[in-house]
Design a protein. Structure first.
Lengths: 511, 511
């Protein structure tokens, strides 16, 4: 007796999952371990495996099995029906883009990426422009084809690849709410923080000691080092599959926190991936629910949990232990002030919670204009500078501080940026409910206990995998559809708190 | 116009090469970087890629293209015709073993490997025996099928997988010559070395400093760190593809040389791989010419070049630089005596040049008996002990020192061991010709110059890839077919040298 169509599909997607895991390792190695001169060889390996993955996913056999399995779902569990839906989704996305276009885009992106690195090194956008133009053209083609196949507007089709179930309507609503409040809030927050003293956190913080601290904190959070690693790379990232998760960060010997917070941001991603349902781990329904939710998990840990007074209380003795940090500048309040500093800056990855969404808004508008043709690639630097000036009141002095700062467009990731802002908004909405439901959360965090936090996230987010659409997941977890209300409430409370409330917090902690 | 069948085949094998490179990285990572708990996940990834590689290689399309291309080779260059031959060889080997058998063997080997690790930890062969038995049964089936398909005796078919073009006839002839001379030579060499003083090389040699030394020496040899790495692992190995070669070693803080020599042995493999013809690098004809020749390259570097007085002269000042080594025990003669010490020992990987072939002979005879059924797996420990006693006059006191010491049989690598002894014999034959043809080789080596050595190897060995059979390659390089004559001459000269000749060498060096 041969296996049912559904069971055969599970088998096929198990194989695809193994391919994805292999690809993840090849990418991790390229960023962390690979010798510089081996990039071409690695590129060929990635292309071969990606092409094969695409061929296996779009094979007529998959379509036939999907048709048969979806025609008769009797006897299948809910999660299996959801799994079929996710299988179909992956196949639809893959088949909409012809393999020749995939391959042309991969090659163009690879060329553009190395030109982007050169252009950054030399500070010259012009040399990079033709390569970006090629990528824009190919992504435009891809968006059109994807849009037709998925019955979505072209840009929505790109967003759907990264954050399924979210559209420009959701993004526009969010940005409308945020742009109504953030500019004035930034002014107010800066005014508030200027009334308070800030002692500098100077010193030399060797990478080895920073690493030991990061490992200790990650262990408290629950990161399983027997099934994962922490390494260093140019930019922090998380790669791998549940069962072998690899987190990276970058240690700056002059900055005690950037490496730790980078590691914790990535640990947020990792804990999501590790909390995905073990029984479905090699199936599409067992994957994360898209980049917006992924980003919500990293931001929730980094921004909401770790840039908080309870966390500072937990970590303060560790700073003394690892670096011998002592003196008034290491007081909880002073450290907390550093971790929540608001600054109008030019660089997205250095931005605080308040200015960050404005960086994303700029990219969101520019990438839509690039794709529609409204904005020519050669005019990007000026449009960027004008946008920064309009939103944050500052202008880059060169393209490295401007439109050359992110890798995303070079590698063809259009439609990705909004997930960062969506992630922040989702994180705030989840965190509001979580705080209402987990008893004594702050006390736990101040003791370095993350089990209450993670238990709630596992039940309400991680453990669902991709079983329900993101909007349903949010409604289940918070009782409300996606909105920026919680985010605005959260940042107002955090960044406009009165001195009186701080003193009461401080004294209750001392009590 | 569509590409010619030959060109289409090149394209197919380019893809297979990329798969092999990806598999190599997955294996390297598993041994060097992977967290312990991720072994299952990695096993799934390896199995998926290996199965796909097998499927691609045995697809009917490959057979059709091979038939068409080989039916009309007009217009093809010599190396392309050789490439077709190697393509056919790979396909014949792959297709002879049904994918179900491949998969059963992979799983049985994976089980046996973990039981082997446990059995070693507990010193108990019995617990491992049933798993080894399963592997033996499956390898026996495979050997029978391969033998039928390739028109070879079953064991020869296994040898042909590792060292194409070499047979039991070659191996038997070699071992006959070696067993005629080695036992008495070992006695004589030990008698000679007992007449000479030996000062111990004691001290603590931190892994970090050993690594720095190894890197410096590897750079002199020509290892390109911009396209390769040196790492640490339980057992030294070389993995990867030309363009990204990864070498490992193991540093023992009580032994100044074992880590360096491990690294140099592997560097010998790496330099072979790196010297393969760049233009054919992703084609079967561009691969190494089998494990016997691979091993000849690592042994030539480690045993012949690096366990020599000229090399000791080069490395002696580096020992002073990296470890502050000074005093009479670090004299060239005393260090050389350590590097060429002959001892009857139980462990193959610790064996010297003279006793090593006897370790291999034992394994060669036992593995043939296991496969033929003449020897039952449960009787292996006693057969091992008896064989050691007969050949080296010593008996293991437990199975860890005995038949549990090597991983090869657990993972199904039967027919592999002979390549180690063949490698030593080939290395000596090549080295004899090389020394006759490279002017002032010893003077170069004493200055840490390896270009003369590698130039000869590149011309006569590395640069040929798999274009000609190993016997033709040897005849081209040395004017003679494979024989143990050069090896015997080499070890006699090295291990029976008179005190007078040493003194003349020493004084001429001092002059």
């Amino acid at each position: 007796m041969s296996a049912s169509p559904y069971k055969q599909l599970e088998q096929e997607f198990r194989r695809l999952h193994a391919f994805r895991g292999a690809l993840a390792l090849l990418r991790w190695d390229a960023a962390v371990m690979m010798p510089r001169g081996s990039a071409d060889v690695r590129g060929e390996q990635l292309a071969a495996l990606e092409t094969e993955h695409h061929a296996l996913l779009t094979a007529p056999r998959i379509t036939r099995l999907l048709d048969r399995a979806q025609a008769n779902t009797q006897g299948l569990a809910d999660w299996q029906i959801a799994n079929l839906h996710e299988m179909r989704r992956q196949r639809d996305h893959a088949i909409a883009t012809p393999v020749t276009l995939v391959s042309r885009l991969t090659k163009a992106a690879s060329r553009a990426e190395s030109r982007w690195l050169e252009a950054r090194a030399q500070g010259k956008f012009e040399a990079f422009a033709p390569y970006l133009e090629e990528v824009v053209h190919l992504v435009r083609d891809k968006a059109a084809l994807l849009g037709q196949a998925l019955n979505l507007a072209p840009y929505d089709a790109l967003v759907d690849e990264f954050s399924p179930g979210l559209t420009t309507a959701d993004i526009d609503a969010m940005f409308k709410a945020l742009s109504r409040r953030l500019p004035s809030l930034i002014r107010e927050a800066i005014a508030v923080q200027e009334t308070r003293p800030l002692l500098p956190l100077t010193g030399k913080f060797p990478a080895g000691k920073q690493r030991a601290l990061a490992v200790e904190v990650m262990k408290s959070v629950g990161f399983p080092f027997e099934r994962g690693r922490l390494d260093e790379s140019e930019q922090p990232f998380t790669e791998g599959v549940p069962g072998d998760i690899r987190v990276t960060t970058r240690f700056d010997p002059n900055d005690i926190f950037s490496g730790l917070l980078g590691a914790l941001h990535e640990t947020g991603h990792a804990m999501y991936d590790l909390g995905l349902p073990q029984d479905w781990r090699d199936q599409p329904v067992g994957r994360d629910r898209g980049m917006a939710l992924e980003e919500s998990q990293s931001l929730l840990i980094e921004m909401m949990v770790c840039r908080s007074r309870p966390f500072v209380r937990y970590v303060q003795p560790l700073l003394a232990k690892h670096f011998g940090a002592s003196g008034p500048e290491w007081d909880v309040e002073n450290v907390y002030s550093h971790l929540t500093r608001v600054r109008r800056g030019l660089i997205r990855v250095d931005a605080d919670e308040l200015t960050y969404p404005l960086h994303i808004m700029l990219r969101y508008e520019l990438e839509k204009q690039l794709l529609s043709g409204e904005l020519a690639v050669r005019d990007l630097p000026e449009a960027w500078s004008a946008g920064m000036e309009q939103r944050l009141g500052i202008r880059p002095t060169n393209d490295v501080e401007g439109c050359l700062q992110d890798i995303h467009w070079a590698v063809g990731s259009f439609g990705y940026f909004p997930s960062y802002a969506l992630g922040a908004v989702i994180a705030a909405q989840l965190y509001e409910s979580l705080r209402a439901e987990v008893q004594e959360l702050d006390e736990q965090l101040a003791r370095g206990e993350f089990s209450g936090l993670l238990g709630w996230l596992r039940t309400n987010v991680h453990g669902l995998g991709a079983k329900v659409p993101v909007q349903d997941l949010l409604k289940g977890a918070t009782g409300k559809p996606l909105s920026a209300v919680s985010f605005v409430r959260y940042v107002e409370a955090k960044y406009l708190e009165s001195t009186a409330s701080i003193e009461s917090t401080a004294s209750s902690a001392a009590a």
